[in-house]
Design a protein around this ligand. Structure first.
Ligand code: SAM
Ligand code: DTB
Ligand code: SF4
Length: 331
């Protein structure tokens, strides 16, 4: 590994534009260089997702099959029992996952019995030695503190797209509300996981705006998921065309260069990608995936398929709670 990479948080839009528009092969090489200087390029973090409360969401996110106002095939269910969730966490651990992420189709967390159950489950999964992550919608400062005290490692809360495009996709909350939750999570000293989706009809500028916002937060997110839209029948975005793989690679590489320490997660959309396409994403700096045959409600590659991919590419799962080294912090 090389010695030092400088972490900067005062990126300008012009700088991000320049990186994003670098000719693709050069961009991959630049990102790969930074990736290799801070991370073991053979290591990929393996995370498992579980939808603990599915569907019936009051929000209007145009991409989401769980919004109650759209008519999709998603079968809604109430919050799963603690036993069911813990069984699934154990299975995930046995299959080699080091991070377990629980998702709920909530606009925001409400104090009460269900949140208390989440706190209990977080505590138990943390005691199993896994990194526990939740994605439950908006949080206030007190709720973030409670999750931290229960042992929560990370909180996922995506900005999804650039601020200017946000109200074309979501009308039931604002970008500022999203940023306020991220600040509550950060202040509670929980690891921040925040990224977005491409393929929703946004422009390059919208993607650049989102990456600029993430890379100029008071601290970079520790994880940045890059999702390719899964166009689900019944949602307003059902007819969106599949995003070109080169756009995925460009997003991943730019995120890697802007936020060198972050785990960049090749998230939704893998089920439609070939081994070669995924290999290019890893080369461009992706070092985390969701494993298991289901994301929240849509399909993901089977365990055996990913085993073959890891063996073919010489990849190995990254251990839990590993820190990233060799960093010289600057601005
Ligand atoms: N309700 C919470 C929230 O919105 O923050 C947590 C769950 S929500 C399903 C988590 C994330 O999943 C969203 O922010 C979005 O980025 C991603 N997502 C949802 N539907 C998707 C789709 N069809 N394709 C790609 N990503 C999707
Ligand atoms: C993230 O960025 N992607 C995951 C996780 N965070 C919660 C969710 C992807 C959901 C894809 C659509 C579905 O399966 O419902
Ligand atoms: Fe609800 Fe989250 Fe889906 Fe939006 S993305 S509709 S908030 S579950």
């Amino acid at each position: 590994m090389k010695s030092q990479v400088q972490i900067k948080r005062n990126w300008t839009k012009a700088e991000v534009e320049q990186i994003y528009h670098t000719p693709i092969l050069q961009l991959i090489l630049n990102a790969a260089d930074i990736h290799r200087s801070l991370h073991d390029p053979q290591e990929v973090q393996v995370c498992t997702l579980l939808s603990v409360k599915t569907g019936g969401c009051p929000e209007d996110c145009a991409y989401c099959p769980q919004a109650s106002r759209y008519h999709t095939d998603v079968k809604a269910h109430r919050l799963l029992s603690n036993e069911t969730i813990l069984d699934r966490a154990k299975e995930a651990k046995e299959c080699g996952s080091t991070r377990f992420c629980m998702g709920a189709a909530w606009r925001e967390v409400k104090d009460g019995r269900e949140f208390d159950r989440i706190l209990d489950v977080v505590k138990e999964v943390a005691e199993m030695g896994m990194e526990v992550c939740c994605t439950l919608g908006m949080l206030n400062a007190d709720q973030a503190e409670k999750l931290k005290n229960a042992g929560l490692h990370a909180y996922n809360h995506n900005l999804d797209t650039g601020e200017k495009f946000y109200d074309k996709i979501i009308g039931t909350r604002t970008y500022q509300e999203r940023l306020a939750t991220l600040a509550n999570v950060r202040n509670a000293k929980i690891s921040v996981c925040s990224g977005g989706i491409i393929g929703m009809g946004e422009t390059d500028e919208d993607r650049i705006d989102m990456l600029l916002t993430l890379a100029t937060l008071p601290e970079h997110p520790e994880s940045v998921p890059v999702n390719a839209l899964v166009a689900v029948e019944g949602t307003p975005l059902e007819d969106q065309k599949r995003v070109p793989i080169w756009d995925m690679i460009r997003m991943i590489a730019t995120a890697r260069i802007l936020m060198p320490k972050a785990m960049v997660r090749l998230s939704a959309g893998r089920v439609r990608m070939s081994q070669e396409e995924q290999a290019l994403c890893f080369l461009a700096g992706a070092n985390s995936i969701f494993a298991g045959d289901k994301l929240l409600t849509t399909p993901n590659p089977e365990q055996d398929t990913d085993k073959q991919l890891f063996s073919l590419l010489g990849l190995k799962p990254r251990p839990a709670n590993k820190t990233v080294g060799h960093i010289h912090e600057t601005v």
